[in-house]
Design a protein around this ligand. Sequence first.
Ligand code: NCD
Ligand code: ZN
Length: 342
Amino acid sequence: MPLTTPVILDAPLDMHLHLRDGEMLENIAKASAHTFSGAIIMPNLVPPVSSKEEIIAYKERIMHAIGNEKFTPYMTLFFKPSYDKAFLESVRDDITAIKLYPAGITTNSEGGVSGFDVEELRPALSAMSDLNIPLCVHGETNGFVMDREAEFVSIYEKLASAFPKLKIIMEHITTKESVAALEKHENLYATITVHHLLITLDDVAGGMLQPHLFCKPIAKRPEDREALLKVALAAHPKVMFGSDSAPHPKHAKEACGCAAGVFTAPIALQVLTELFETNNAPLENLQAFISGNAQHIYGVTPITKKVTLEKKSFKVPAEYNGVVSMYAGEEIAYSIKGVKNG
Ligand code: NCD
Ligand code: ZN
């Protein structure tokens, strides 16, 4: 079915989301909880979420912050090579996935992994594989910034071969090399953000520097964006939407030493709808990219939510509770008309 307005999306899912904690959590949680049925919640708090008690307490804080919205936070743990099978069994029912960060590669990832020695990782990853816990990975080396993700593909492939039953999600992919890797290993999947479907490095740093578009991994070349668009618009069954919406206070973005992260939660569905429409992609593909593929990959059944969008221009607010979103102050073509729960 072609995409004609109004567009009704069923149970949107955001498979990579930063909700933060404390005041920021209270300020931004509803931006996602209003229009999404659920989201994979990233664990890179300070300190990172790494125990059963921390997962349970963080989930409670999220439920408090979303108030009356109907929304499922799919919780994750911050990967540590020391996790053993007994511990993983004890948290199995509290989590949907575990997120692995290379040490120091992005915001609050200092306690992550270095070296990627398969034998060192084997006990934890074998246990995850046995317990069917997906591994989400921030795939960047500490090489030259434009090459970090492409260099990491060999690590993805090494892990995918060593643990063939482990579902590995290549998070927020930005390169044609990552897209190609999807075809080579049955157990590799990927999330794609909305901003990486829209921008290249030119939009970040080609003219005046745009701190609100600065994130890890950095947006790449036009041919990379084309490769991402191709699989997203076709709703390739191994890719799913994950916004990587990563809010930072305005002063931390508009600063000497800009924090990495693009805040897209309030505009993601509207902008994705416009993108699929302008590329003549069918509504079924948008629906699969935004929910169906994630349901298959993760085996989750989201709560019912119908989001109606109409082709009516919407002026994105300059700030959203102290956070500047992508397209702040600009007009976007689609608006949220209504959200129906149940
Ligand atoms: C994220 C954040 O701010 O937590 N930043 C980002 O640039 N994407 C972390 C991450 O996902 O890399
Ligand atoms: Zn992220």
